[in-house]
Design a protein around this ligand. Structure first.
Ligand code: GAP
Length: 514
């Protein structure tokens, strides 16, 4: 019998959130003003990690392939783009409001049926004259809703400080759609468009309203002809773009997993529709499979453990309006299996829609077949923030070393925010400090290196382990004599002593091999 599939990663999201804040990886947005829901800021260490993730992605989809071009389109686009793409009419989530005391709003498709019970509350302060209130409110039979209601009863019925008895109404238990926070009955779902708007120009009229792009993909479609002709491309070829996207998510949650402002890394790969392919030409379905395999191996290559990744085909009723087929690459986050990236076959939906919307001919002329047709599109669409979170979670390690807890981020060395840290063993020896500073300056010419002399060596190692620095270089008294330094490896904690002049080569080759 095979082992049951794990349902959560072993590290909790709270642990990651707290490490991120403490070590300058990610902070809540607008922190000193109590934050702004769904926004986060990357600190000095986090920005390096995210830049490395994006760089690794760009390298694999643009530099290493030869059949993809890069693009950086504007975030603000003509509003007609979003009409043609279907976002104005269809980019919405079904929303439901709770009629419970919280009045909270939820995504209807995120709510599961729950077992609920109606409760009465009885004021038993005067045991001889108990007063019972039927609140007509429903609460989940299990969970925190009962306590929530207790606070409400205290407030609404003036029972604070009184002795109360809370009892389920006999036979009232039933299944239904209830708000997960307060158990309130949920109303009918209504559609809520997720696009954020802003105004351009000095005139405050409807024509000045533009959208903040909810995906980078459309910037690629509207530039299909520009890129194809200027780069003299024939099918198949792709266009890659990474950049900010914005969605007015109803419930931004789970740290940087779902935010209102985030970065996407998307490729639109244009190919010949399968039904027009001759023998030996790859069909859109074959390209779809090829991209899925390549994207999975990218995550493996940069260190995500294979057992924490899986692919999930979309069921027919789950497919986006533009897709013929789609696979989610899912990662085992601390909140369970969730989408990390979607790899969709968008057919010719987008080019056709923009051709109609703009009245421009976006068909491809296939010289060999002497035919015009719309290219099909395979779209691997990843989130830079979600990937960064997955790399962080997967790299997180806790172990006991000599009776002490050691936390380390076992990040792929290419992704590691800081590649090397240099420590002088004694900071009161000027010649030793000078040697360490010179070495640090040399290393900085090749890799991001930091200098630290603000603690004992053990603490300095632990600080760097926690943010995933693969190499710690120590300059000690002997170094002044033999011109050698000690390099300690983050993962094995093994130390090598080599000439200081070879430190750069040692570190850069370790990173190149990663
Ligand atoms: N162009 C297709 C598209 O945008 P999507 O599944 O909506 O597809 C693609 O988004 C990826 O963008 C997701 O797999 C996820 O990694 C990231 N993403 C989407 N919404 C996000 C959000 N609110 N916060 C963080 N990342 C998000």
């Amino acid at each position: 019998m095979s082992a049951p599939e794990k349902e959560r990663s072993s590290v909790t999201l709270d642990t990651i959130v707290s490490l991120c804040k403490r070590r300058g990886i990610i902070y809540p947005g607008s922190d000193i003003y109590d934050g702004l829901a769904g926004t986060y800021d990357y600190g000095p260490v986090g920005i390096e990690l995210k830049r490395n993730v994006k760089e690794a992605w760009w390298r694999s989809v643009v530099y290493e392939r030869g059949d993809c071009e890069g693009l950086d389109a504007a975030i603000l686009m003509n509003a007609r783009v979003w009409k043609s793409s279907g976002h104005v009419d269809g980019f919405s989530d079904p929303l439901v409001d709770s009629h419970g005391p919280s009045r909270k709003r939820y995504r209807a498709d995120h709510i599961e049926e729950t077992e609920c019970t109606r409760y009465t509350v009885t004021d038993v302060t005067d045991a001889d004259a108990p007063v019972t209130y039927d609140t007509q409110l429903w609460a989940p039979s299990k969970g925190k809703a009962k306590e929530f209601y207790q606070a409400w009863w205290e407030r609404e019925l003036g029972l604070a400080g009184k002795r109360v008895k809370i009892e389920a109404v006999e036979g009232s238990t039933r299944k239904g759609m209830f708000g997960p926070d307060d158990g309130g009955l949920l109303g009918e779902p209504r559609n809520f468009n997720l696009m954020l708007t802003t105004k351009v120009g000095p005139v405050e009229d409807a024509a000045a309203t533009v959208y903040l792009r909810p995906e980078t993909a459309q910037g690629i479609f509207v530039n299909f002809e520009n890129v194809r002709t200027s780069a003299r491309r024939k099918l198949p070829f792709g266009i890659a773009q990474m950049g900010k996207s914005f969605r007015n998510e109803i419930t931004p949650k789970n740290f940087i997993f779902r935010t209102r402002e985030f970065e996407q890394m998307e490729v639109e790969f244009f190919c010949k529709p399968g039904h027009l392919c001759k023998d030996g030409e790859l069909t859109d379905e074959q390209w779809h499979k090829d991209w899925l395999d390549r994207r999975l191996s990218w995550y493996h290559r940069y260190g995500i453990r294979p057992e924490n990744l899986r692919t999930r085909p979309h069921a027919k009723d789950e497919l986006a309006h533009y897709a013929k087929a789609c696979y989610d690459i899912e990662y085992l986050f601390p909140i369970g299996w969730q989408e990390l990236e979607g790899v969709a076959n968008r057919t010719d939906f987008d080019l056709r829609a923009h051709a109609e919307g703009s009245s421009k001919d976006l068909r491809y002329f296939d010289q060999e077949a002497n035919a015009h047709y719309y290219a099909y599109v395979i779209e691997p669409s990843a989130g830079a923030d979600r990937s960064t979170l997955a790399f962080l979670v997967d790299a997180y390690r806790e172990e006991e070393v000599k009776g002490e807890k050691r936390v380390s981020l076992k990040l792929n060395r290419k992704l590691a925010p800081i590649k090397a840290a240099v420590f002088p063993l004694l900071k009161n020896r000027p010649e030793l400090v000078a040697m360490a500073e010179n070495l640090c300056a040399d290393l900085r010419k090749r890799v991001y290196t930091v200098y630290d002399d603000t603690a004992g060596i053990g603490k300095l190692y632990r600080r760097q382990d926690e943010i995933g620095t693969p190499y710690c270089v120590t300059v000690d008294v002997e170094s002044l004599e033999d011109q050698k330094v000690t390099i300690r490896d983050r993962d094995t904690m093994e130390q090598v002593r080599i000439p200081a002049t070879e430190a750069i080569k040692y570190i850069t080759s370790g990173i190149d091999e990663a």
